[in-house]
Design a protein around this ligand. Structure first.
Ligand SMILES: *Cc1c(COP(=O)(O)O)cnc(C)c1O
Length: 461
């Protein structure tokens, strides 16, 4: 009986003459199609070996072409996939932090799809610098003399410390010895950069005199680190960047600030507390300031460094820069995103994370009502409108919550955790929070197109 089934399996040469397979070869490649045929025939033989049912065996033989098509699709599919972020966390580190806007993406495509003037000065006909495309913009926006960018802010901190503080002392407050995600710890980075960490003050209080008294002939940097992802509350004292800059000037020691997020505009009008901007730090007298490209700036992953020309030049000359430099995708994206900042209105309109932050509760309520209406028709779901709180995320502004609206969804005949898993298993995976045994979709992080996909997928469940 099994031999009969085995005999019914079409031979590879025969399959290669099948019109569907011929089309597949045309659309894909002969190599891949033959591979898929071999793999599926092998699976089929194994199936027949294990089964006792002739009907099932025949069923599988009939489905062979279909399985070949599926296999072919699978081997060519990417593992990286867009997801729908329904968590309301705007800078979700695991979901890629800041999404880029349409205009910036078009610029990246145009620049990276062909040759460009990445390091070529067209006017002079000679070599240029990859920072030329956005240095002037950064200087105009922040008030700094010079600027550059590296792979990420962790790299920026390393480069600054290594360029200005190698084999010398770097003074930092004990209240600012931060660990950001991925075990990036300021003391370890100092070590790697071959700077000598000099801790001053205590966890909750550091005075001006602590810095003053720690300065020696070996002091190379007075450093301030933004405590991005935590807050020390209560009996506390820190020295402002302004005061620290005065001390640095007096003693002729550069003052460096790691700002973490790097905000370029006043976000307090959107109902979150004022976050000091890069221009504030420069105005206060900081010599070098670094920040991330993909946190509150809303751009690509990058570590942006702005400050005094002589220090930026020292960093550009450092051999480490060759290993940490940004690529053309990032340079194009940075130019794109920084150009938007020339006008606040454009920045808020065209930079997705700023757009999401600026949404009012009223606008979000309308979105959420639309989503409820679209989902209500599904008989398998119980949905209701809810008020909720969105977060900034990405280790920025840990205490801030933005008033938002969302939809709470319960699947009938299914546990909440099974439903959440099902959502993750969709073609465009839906990532959502669970609260009080209900799945919550916060609409702040969903644009119109993603809402439509979400609804379509939920209707098909
Ligand atoms: C996030 C952060 C960093 C690291 O920035 P990446 O761009 O993620 O490398 C460094 N310092 C501070 C204070 C931060 O908040």
């Amino acid at each position: 009986m099994k031999n009969e089934l085995y005999r019914k399996i079409p031979k590879v040469d025969i399959l290669l003459e099948n019109p569907i397979i011929i089309d597949l070869i045309e659309e894909n490649s002969r190599e891949l199609v033959v591979d898929s045929i071999r793999k599926e025939i092998k699976k089929l033989r194994k199936f027949i070996e294990d089964t006792d049912s002739v009907i099932e065996g025949e069923g599988q033989i009939k489905a062979l072409i279909e399985h070949i098509m599926e296999n072919l699709k699978e081997v060519q599919s990417y593992n990286m996939t867009p997801v729908i972020n329904a968590t309301g966390t705007i800078l979700h580190t695991n979901l890629g932090r800041a999404p880029l806007g349409k205009k910036q993406l078009e610029h990246i495509c145009e620049i990276s799809g062909g040759y460009s003037n990445l390091e070529y000065n067209i006017e002079a006909g000679c070599r240029g610098a990859r920072y030329d495309h956005f240095e002037k913009l950064l200087c105009e926006l922040t008030g700094a003399e010079a600027a550059m960018a590296v792979n990420n802010n962790a790299a920026a901190v390393m480069l600054i410390l290594n360029s200005l503080g190698r084999e010398k002392e770097i003074i930092v407050s004990r209240g600012e010895l931060v660990e950001v995600g991925g075990k990036f710890r300021i003391p370890d980075v100092m070590d790697l950069s071959r700077g000598k960490l000099v801790e001053v003050g205590t966890t909750n209080k550091t005075h001006f005199s602590d810095y003053e008294e720690a300065i020696t002939d070996e002091t190379a940097i007075l450093m301030k680190v933004h405590t991005s992802n935590y807050r020390i509350l209560g009996f506390t004292e820190t020295v402002s960047i302004e005061e620290l800059s005065k001390l640095g000037k007096e003693r002729n020691i550069p003052v460096v600030e790691d700002l973490g997020s790097g905000v370029l505009l006043d976000l307090s009008k959107f109902g979150i507390s004022y976050e000091p901007t890069v221009q504030d730090s420069i105005k206060a007298g900081a010599d070098v300031v670094c920040f991330s490209g993909d946190k509150l700036l809303g751009g690509p992953q990058a570590g942006i460094i702005v400050g005094k020309k002589k220090y930026i030049e020292a960093m550009r000359k450092n051999q480490m820069t060759r290993a940490l430099r940004i690529d053309k995708f990032t340079a194009a994206a940075l130019e794109g995103v920084l150009t938007e900042y020339k006008s606040q209105e454009n920045a808020i309109k065209n930079i997705p994370i700023l757009q999401m932050i600026s949404l009012t509760a009223q606008e979000l309520k309308i979105r959420a009502i639309n989503l409820v209406t679209a989902l209500e028709k599904s008989i398998n779901l119980s949905v209701k409108l809810i008020e909720c709180k969105s977060q900034i995320g990405g280790g920025s502004m840990p205490l801030e919550r933005l008033d938002s609206y969302g939809v709470s969804v319960k699947a009938n005949h299914m546990s909440t955790s099974a439903f959440e898993k099902l959502l993750r298993g969709q073609e465009v995976p839906i990532i959502a929070r669970i609260e009080n045994d209900e799945v919550i979709f916060d609409v702040r992080t969903l644009n119109t197109c993603q809402m439509e996909t979400l609804v379509k997928q939920l209707k098909e469940i």
